[in-house]
Design a protein around this ligand. Sequence first.
Ligand code: SF4
Length: 356
Amino acid sequence: MNEDSLVPVLDVTNFSVDYGYGDDAVRAVSDVSFSLGRSQVLGVAGESGSGKSTLVYGLTRLLRAPGVITSGEVTLHLAGERNGEAFNVLTASEDELRQVRWSQVSIVMQSALNALNPLRRVGKEFDEVLRRHDRTSSKTARQERAIELLALVGLAADRLQRFPHELSGGQRQRVMIAMALALRPELVIMDEPTTALDVVTQREIVSELYELRQKLGFAMIFITHDLSLLVELADEIMVMYAGEIVERAPAVELHGAPRHPYTLGLMNSFPPLQGDRVRMTGIPGSPPNLKSPPGGCAFHPRCPSAHDRCRTQAPPLVAIEDGHRSVACWLHDSSSTEVVPVSLSRRAASRIGQGA
Ligand code: SF4
């Protein structure tokens, strides 16, 4: 852990989001808490419908109706001229929020094609973002900054003259990343930014993000359903299922020894980016309907290790391994008599065998 990571950027406490109201309300994010330090990368993984995108849209107050934040606190620790100021995201006015978006926190959406205006040249998009935050800047200065930003993500200056449809998917996504960095934010949120891209381009963009983070020092929340991508990029990984955190651990440890059967299932759903070819087994069944989630552990209908207790009692998220990792699974309850299955323990054993 470096010293920078001890400087807080974001604190989230008991954060919950519902879709709908009253008896029709569906809990999409339930009681999520975490903190992020400067230049740290938190990976958030889970299948579609696990609540990961709802979580970040809620945290940035970009959630659309019928999404409703029902509890929690979200504090951004501002930098720059407002260095050290604790900004309460959930009570801030729209005007106050506008002042921190882009400059303190920015977000890269899933589809760059939808995020960029198809009728505008790329240069115009950059100009607008830069001008909105500094109306005194000259057009030349803004153009120079746009060229500098494109260079950061490996794009030539002539891309400023192009319309979005004249760029490849990877180039559009790079444009979005460059725009997100335009005002030097402390926190960048990436919502599945590489999902629509081929594997080679995904890999390139993840390596570029890693280098940019090293160079510029921003913190990042990176959302994906592909755990193997996160291992390359994240310091810590948080796995979500049915709106809840089911496992959180340092990235290398989580990948080397998943403790939650759902984490293991996710790992078996995507091929690793490096190494030998392996057979993918995936996770049987589908994510639960949140209107009528199963009783007990929400994962139990799909879990190969489910036992009686899992069908009636929901496991709490508890710290294990000296607080190094949190997991919500009865297999890791110290009073449990169930044996951790071989498929979960073998990875840990092989890591220990490698001296990890
Ligand atoms: Fe599987 Fe039970 Fe653990 Fe849930 S609590 S993940 S059903 S073993």
